[in-house]
Design a protein around this ligand. Structure first.
Ligand code: ARG
Length: 478
């Protein structure tokens, strides 16, 4: 690993210790931002030419050299050299091979690796967050499609994992879609603050050259530039926001996964996960395990850990850049990759969920899920809710003792507990009717669920169009 090279030139008379080189190197992780580094350098080189900081013909050489490097990176032929500590040095050295050391040496005019890496990571964020938005939309669309198939599948809704009140399975699935739609909103918010160009901040105190920071931002399609050079090289809150969004969304994915694990067990039997998304046991031939769901749940811990790792890295850093900041990127890469992949596989698995309508229906019957209906019926007859609650509680206890369901009871049976039960009581013990009565915005009645499905579809389509337009815009600039 010892290179004997001293990229920083005259200041040093001894080469860096080989162990130090290896210890400080970020080269393996940096591959993630290689294409972003080239993109940033292309804009910087163009600006240097436009601003007359380097001669136009040198700027042209820099641009064509960088384009050649971009091609090498895409085709996997870029000659990475572990002797150069990071992606920036690797690309600069390669550029020297391609356009000569003298011209290549001009690229770093008016730039430090501190503002360079801050820019690279923001470009990376944009690229990965756009992909994640795409995966979120696919997953949301999958949930909506599944909900569509189950508008008329009734099931118990739970609190405390105890059967509570009847709902439509579609309503349950659309609850998840709401969470993922908000996650997408969080990505959008994070991008607003991330797409600000730090280039021109230099090492910490900007540059004495007549740089054109807005031009670089425009070339990179960033709507704004940072307003303080020290902040721009010293903070990483744009990554924290993205990783917070990742952690929150992974928690949502994990809850969905947890329900699939529970529901696919024999104890629930509410869903069968398609064979392609389960695995067998090496020992127990009867097993069909929900490993995908379990790993989504399991990897959530890692993403939360990634966020915490960066928070802790930042918490005691003096201004401005410190090498600790190199530790921002491995957790960022890990969090975004893990989140992306969890969304992708969730979207693929969702159409393969076979909900067991009969089991869902059975769970409704022996769960006393219409007990609240009985109480609400008494309320309409003029009984204060607390008193009605007490009466129905006694009735449920009686049913448990005598091994009966609520709908086994006749009007006469009920009137033995309270004379105010009306003749229409069977209507209140019917689960369909119970769901239909909840016909308010946000409720599980059929009309409301159909409306919610329509709204979700329109939102997803319009977000898809916006995302495609942004991707198109960026690929034109790239
Ligand atoms: N690999 C470094 C990082 O990721 C690049 C910036 C290095 N800057 C410096 N002053 N050593 O933070």
């Amino acid at each position: 690993m010892a290179s004997n090279k001293k990229p920083w030139g005259g200041r040093f008379s001894q080469p860096t210790d080989a162990l130090v080189e290896a210890y400080t190197s970020s080269i393996e992780d940096d591959r993630n931002i290689a294409e972003d580094d080239v993109e940033g350098s292309l804009a910087h080189a163009q600006m240097l030419g436009e601003a007359g900081i380097v001669a136009p013909e040198d700027a042209e050489k820099l641009v064509s050299g960088l384009q050649a490097i971009r091609t090498e990176l895409h085709s996997g032929t870029f000659p990475w050299n572990a002797a150069f500590e990071d992606v920036h040095m690797n690309i600069e050295r390669r550029l020297a091979d391609l356009v000569g050391a003298e011209v290549a040496g001009k690229l770093h005019t008016a730039r430090s690796r501190n503002d360079q890496v801050a820019l690279d990571a923001r470009l990376f964020l944009r690229r990965r967050l756009r992909a994640i938005q795409g995966r979120l939309l696919e997953f949301e669309a999958g949930l909506v499609a599944k909900a569509h198939q189950h508008v008329d599948t009734l099931m118990p809704g739970y609190t405390h994992l105890q059967r509570g009140q009847p709902v439509r399975l579609a309503h349950h699935l659309l609850a998840y879609r709401e969470m993922f739609a908000r996650d997408r909103g969080r990505v959008e918010d994070a991008l607003k603050r991330a797409l600000v160009s730090p280039l021109g901040s230099g090492a910490l105190a900007a540059s004495p050259h007549p740089i054109q920071r807005e031009l670089v931002a425009k070339l990179l399609n960033f709507p704004a530039i940072t307003r303080n050079s020290m902040d721009a090289v010293g903070d990483r809150d744009a990554f924290l926001e993205a990783m917070s969004a990742a952690a929150i969304s992974m928690v949502h994915l994990s809850r969905f996964a947890e329900e699939l694990v529970l529901w696919s067990s024999a104890e629930f039997g509410f869903v069968e996960i398609g064979d392609a998304f389960t695995t067998g046991s090496s020992m127990m031939p009867q097993k069909k395990n929900p490993d995908v769901a379990e790993l989504i749940r399991g990897r959530t811990g890692r993403v939360i850990g990634d966020l915490v790792a960066l928070l802790v890295t930042l918490k005691a850093l003096p201004m401005t850049y410190n090498r600790d900041l190199q530790e921002d990127k491995p957790p960022l890469y890990d969090a975004l990759r893990t989140w992306h992949d969890a969304l992708e596989i969730s979207a693929r698995m969702t159409p393969e969920l076979l909900f067991q309508k009969d089991r869902l229906r059975e769970a409704l019957r022996d769960g006393f899920v219409t007990a609240t209906e009985l109480a609400d019926h008494l309320v309409i007859q003029g009984v204060p809710f607390r008193e009605a609650h007490e009466v129905v509680g006694t009735i449920v206890a009686h049913c448990i003792q005598t091994k009966k369901y609520l709908d086994d009871l006749t009007v006469e049976d009920l009137r033995a507990f309270d004379s105010r039960f009306g003749d229409d009581i069977s209507q209140w013990l019917n689960v369909e009717a119970a769901v239909e009565r909840r016909n308010v915005v946000g409720g599980p009645a059929r009309a409301q669920v159909l409306e919610a499905l329509k709204t979700a579809q329109v939102e997803i389509q319009s977000a898809r169009r916006t995302l495609d337009a942004a991707d198109h815009h960026n690929s034109q600039h790239g």
